[in-house]
Design a binder for this molecule. Structure first.
Ligand code: MN
Length: 378
């Protein structure tokens, strides 16, 4: 009989004071929720959803899982009626195993993600509900641009904002040996997908995989909360397949998920078509994931961003990544002379987010756009 083994881990990251992510795994049900909105709201929204899932834990049918998510959405909407929690919401990605159907169901709302490693193929299962994903699908920016786009944190769908909520559901045929990763954008934005894939393939124990992924995200800057759930599909009567040395990473090539048709077929690519869309990476078993980061152009990654921050009461501009990347610290490139105590609250919040910009012009525009409060009027 097939079942899921899993391990969930959530970490506040290197910069933020509050963890608004929640993650759970219990009895063949795993989920990640990335809360957003307000001071307390994000944490609340994510907590409500994860608490609901923990209450029903167990292998669920697809319909049951969807029902639970719809109910949880209603609860967040209701809680959000309180003035101090207004506008709160959360992403949700959840996976369960329908044992009778031999089916893995993944549901998604927002920009947290599910990936699958099967044999030597690493694939993204979910489609982000985000502004940049829409721009990519419209052909307006490339997938590479999306990775550093200044507005990549804008989510177009979330739990708790409206009732009913539109939920994507993906059905995949479950196979023993499949390894599933659920994660928040705090992992995706800090760790290249090659490293994520390599870590899943290279490290055996689920808890250790989760630990390493979180560690990589924190070392990569840790600007956001980071959550991971790592799941293995196991069948005690079937021997686990060997982990391959060559991992193919499928380039995301999505169509809208159709809830009535299993998406599994989407992944059974023609061999020729498939080879065009996949990158192969070779894992060198002797290298840890951290060393692999170096191979993938750590210098480029570390220097290829700008952000604005506060230093000694002044708005300053850094080149690099907030918190640095491994041994490379961000470099102060300009003091703007703008005192932070003249900024309005919204601008201070925007500054606190340490959004990364892909060019000097963008960060300059951002700084120019910061609003000032009237000084000395009263
Ligand atoms: Mn996040």
């Amino acid at each position: 009989m097939m079942r899921m083994e899993g391990f969930a881990l959530s970490h506040v990251g290197a910069i933020r004071k509050v963890n608004q992510d929640r993650a759970m795994f219990s009895n063949s049900l795993g989920a990640v929720a990335d809360g957003m909105g307000g001071h307390k709201g994000g944490e609340q929204a994510a907590s409500i959803v994860i608490t609901e899932l923990l209450a029903v834990s167990g292998p669920l049918s697809r319909e049951r899982l969807l029902d639970v998510v719809r109910d949880a959405n209603g609860k967040v909407v209701e809680a959000g009626l309180q003035p101090e929690l207004q506008g709160m919401g959360t992403t949700l990605v959840a996976a369960t195993l329908d044992v009778d159907e031999g089916r893995l169901t993944v549901v998604n709302v927002g920009d947290s993600r599910a990936y699958r490693l099967r044999g030597d193929l690493f694939e993204q299962i979910t489609v982000d509900h985000s502004l940049v994903e829409e721009l990519v699908q419209q052909g307006r920016i490339s997938r590479l641009d999306a990775e550093t786009h200044p507005k990549r944190n804008i989510v177009t769908r979330a739990i708790g904002l409206s009732d009913p909520v539109e939920i994507d559901a993906f059905d995949l045929e479950a196979q023993p040996g499949d390894r599933i990763l659920l994660c928040s954008d705090g992992l995706i934005n800090e760790v290249p997908v090659e490293i994520i894939a390599a870590t899943l393939a290279e490290v055996d124990a689920l808890a250790e995989v989760a630990d390493r992924l979180v560690e990589l995200a924190v070392e990569g800057g840790g600007r956001d909360n980071v959550s991971v759930v790592v799941i293995d599909l196991v069948d005690d009567e079937v021997e686990a397949p060997e982990r391959p040395l060559d991992i193919m990473i499928a380039e995301p090539d999505f169509v809208d998920p159709n809830p009535t048709e299993p998406i599994a077929a989407l992944w059974d690519l023609e061999p020729e078509a498939a080879s065009n869309r996949k990158r192969t990476i070779r894992l060198v078993a002797a290298l840890g994931a951290v060393a692999l980061v170096a191979l993938f152009g750590i210098n480029w990654f570390a220097g290829n961003a700008y952000f604005a921050s506060e230093q000694d009461g002044e708005v300053v501009i850094f080149q690099g990544r907030p918190g640095g990347v491994l041994w490379i610290d961000p470099e102060l490139v300009q003091r703007t002379g703008i005192p932070t105590d003249e900024l309005d609250d919204a601008s201070i919040q925007r500054l606190d987010q340490m959004t990364q910009w892909s060019s000097r012009d963008d960060v300059d525009d951002f700084v120019q756009g910061l609003g000032r409060v009237e000084v000395g009027a009263g």
